[in-house]
Design a protein around this ligand. Structure first.
Ligand code: GDP
Length: 618
């Protein structure tokens, strides 16, 4: 009896070694992020002179000399900016391209560009779709059992959501959940696992609504289509009619000059199944499906559930790389070491190559079908990636839940994206709270609806802030002042608190926001003034103004205005602020200081500078 093994032990060990070598530091290897590819120097991270020299094979002194001639003095370990890298590449006759890298933490969006020489052929992944009762389930079963010798005796196939069919020495992966629901659920999560959609159309029934639906799904997912004209054993079978009907929906059979292979089959009798498998392999060859088995696996969760005995269990489809049973896997923001990895016959396997579906246990909780997974060599890496992703998710959720502020509201209304505004009103008396509630709600129009979710007397509490955060609400305080702690909490939860003392001002503000007219009004707050008493002109530095702070404070990072004879001659920022020789953050009234203004040197004795900040109008 033939024992199915994905790799011989020796090969596996070899392979694992290579896998380790290759991906030990997936994005850390210099050759991986800076290399010449067909005359084009492609890089994705900042490079030092030494890195660049190695990558483009130009000696370090030549690069340093070239830059020196351009007026740039650099050292061997200095990081080069993109412009400089470009100039060097052009000088040494390379075209250049900077590639954006998505780090591993964002592996959902990770597009892996393997070196073509690392790629090997992988089997096609096939989904069967079509109208109800046209024979999808029968076909999936027929394919599975069409060649009894291909699966081991006693190897009762397990429902893991997919299986691999061996045909003529090649493997075809069949996703065995027929129908569109699973396919769309996958797609809704951004996963695209199917290379080829086998569209089943009953020859006696022809193209039906779900046939068309399936065509649209396949197109949207950019999967290739093969048509299986089924039930050919039935008396009323009319494959020609089916092809003509399909043509009306843009699916054009080869015999009509299109590129869609149509195969006549009978899922019931098994006739034509071989032709269909043949067609799948042919299409797969045309699609040139390839993957790099020598990297850590990346793929998609096909199914997942909580097994009473074994805990979280998931079927993973390896899409690139090789999954080994000693790997750590991250899915969503959960991770775990693979405890048990089995194939569709329940046999324990040690590694799974590209296009191979496997059922694994060992994850800390049940992942979501359609999510992408990635394997890592160590717990440390997997844990760190999972934790970062959990944090990012939390922030995203927080962002999604964050309460609205008036500026956002304004923008959303202008973009036509909002219909409901939730408001919490807290006031000095219950009378004014209720009056405000009524007036605010009356502002509702046919486009924007104001919903006061709470209106009561009293100070703004922690609870109000949390409620606002959870319900995207704005908090209005009338004749009350929140304390510093509540302000801080509101800031943390991104909740906007608006404070008013005059009802019509509050209502005006809201009505402006509803019309998309609200703009946060900024006012100036002068923080201090200084008198310029001496000017020092220093070569390569510029003009330093020796000054005396006459009122308030001058802060190093504040905006400033230079005033001469009552006229503002310059508005900008400080470049430096010093007391004696030391840089300082601020200088208070009654102290001397020296400063220079960023990009401005025309300072004269007797000028004044005024420090100011822009604050929201209260
Ligand atoms: P699904 O809803 O697309 O999964 O369709 P099923 O596979 O459940 O098949 C629906 C019915 O059509 C069942 O009664 C099958 O036995 C029958 N059927 C499927 N394929 C064939 C076929 O090739 N010939 C005939 N005569 N009946 C078929």
């Amino acid at each position: 009896m033939k024992k199915k093994k994905y790799f011989s032990k020796k090969k596996r060990v070899q392979q694992q070694k290579r896998v380790r070598n290759f991906v030990e530091r997936p994005s850390g290897r210099k050759e991986e992020y800076a290399k010449v590819n067909g005359g084009v120097f492609v890089y994705s991270k900042p490079l030092s002179v030494a890195d660049l020299s190695k990558a483009i094979n130009v000696p370090v002194p030549a690069i340093i000399k070239f830059l020196f001639m351009q007026g740039k003095a650099v050292t061997i370990n200095q990081l080069l900016d993109d412009e400089t890298i470009g100039t060097i590449c052009l000088e040494f006759n390379y075209d250049f391209k900077k590639e954006a890298v998505v780090d591993e933490e964002h592996f959902d969006q990770l597009e892996i560009h393997d070196d073509p020489k690392d790629l090997v052929e992988r089997g096609p992944v096939v989904t069967v779709m079509g109208h109800v009762d046209h024979g999808k389930t029968t076909l999936i079963d027929a394919i599975r059992h069409s060649d009894v010798a291909s699966h081991e005796a006693g190897g009762i196939s397990q429902a893991i959501g997919a299986y691999q069919k061996e045909y003529k020495g090649k493997r075809i992966t069949i996703i065995d959940t027929p129908g569109h629901a699973a396919f769309t659920a996958m797609r809704a999560r951004g996963a695209s696992v199917t290379d080829i959609v086998v569209l089943v159309v009953a020859a006696d029934d022809g193209v039906m609504p779900q046939t068309i639906e399936a065509i649209n799904h396949a197109r949207a997912a950019k999967s290739a289509i093969i048509v299986a004209i089924n039930k050919m054993d039935k008396p009323g079978a009319d494959p020609q009619k089916v092809k003509e009907q399909l043509m009306q929906h843009g699916v054009i059979a080869e015999e009509y000059g299109g590129d869609v292979i149509c195969v006549n089959i009978s899922a019931k009798t098994g006739k034509g199944i071989d032709n269909l498998l043949e067609a799948i392999l042919m299409k797969a060859e045309m699609l040139e499906l390839k993957a790099n088995p020598n990297r850590y696996a990346i793929g998609t969760v096909l199914e997942a559930n909580l097994d009473k005995g074994e805990g979280p269990k998931a079927t993973l489809l390896v899409q690139n790389g090789t999954l080994s049973n000693s790997d750590y896997v991250v899915v969503g923001d959960i991770y775990g070491k693979i405890r048990r990895m089995v194939n569709e016959y329940g046999q324990i396997i040690h590694s799974a190559a590209p296009s191979c579906p496997v059922s694994v246990t060992g994850l800390s909780s049940v992942p979501t079908a359609g999510d992408r997974f990635m394997a890592f060599p160590s717990e440390k890496e997997a844990k760190s990636v999972a934790e970062k992703r959990a944090l990012a998710n939390k922030e995203k959720q927080r962002g999604a839940n964050a309460a609205m502020n008036l500026d956002d509201l304004n923008n959303l209304i202008n973009a036509g994206k909002i219909q409901d505004i939730n408001v919490i009103v807290k006031a000095d008396t219950d009378g004014s709270a209720q009056a405000l509630k009524a007036s605010l709600e009356k502002l509702s129009n046919d486009k924007v609806h104001i919903k006061v979710i709470e209106a009561e007397a009293g100070a703004i509490s922690d609870n109000d802030v949390l409620l606002a955060s959870a319900s995207h609400a704005i908090v209005y305080g009338f004749n009350i002042r929140p304390d510093a702690r509540i302000r801080q909490k509101a800031e943390e939860e991104h909740v906007e608190i608006r404070l008013h003392r005059i009802i019509y001002e509050l209502l005006d503000e809201m009505s402006d926001a509803m019309k998309g007219l609200y703009k946060t009004e900024m006012v100036e707050n002068v923080t201090g003034q200084a008198e310029i008493r001496h000017i020092y002109k220093i070569t390569h530095v510029g003009t330093i103004a020796g000054s005396y702070v006459t009122s308030g404070v001058i802060a190093a990072d504040s905006k400033i205005r230079l005033i001469r004879d009552g006229i503002v001659v310059y508005d900008g920022k400080l470049a430096s602020l010093k007391r004696f020789k030391d840089d300082v953050k601020e200088v208070k009234q009654g102290y001397e200081c020296g400063f220079s203004i960023a990009n401005f040197n025309d300072i004269k004795e007797g000028d004044l500078i005024e420090g100011y900040a822009l604050v929201e109008k209260k």
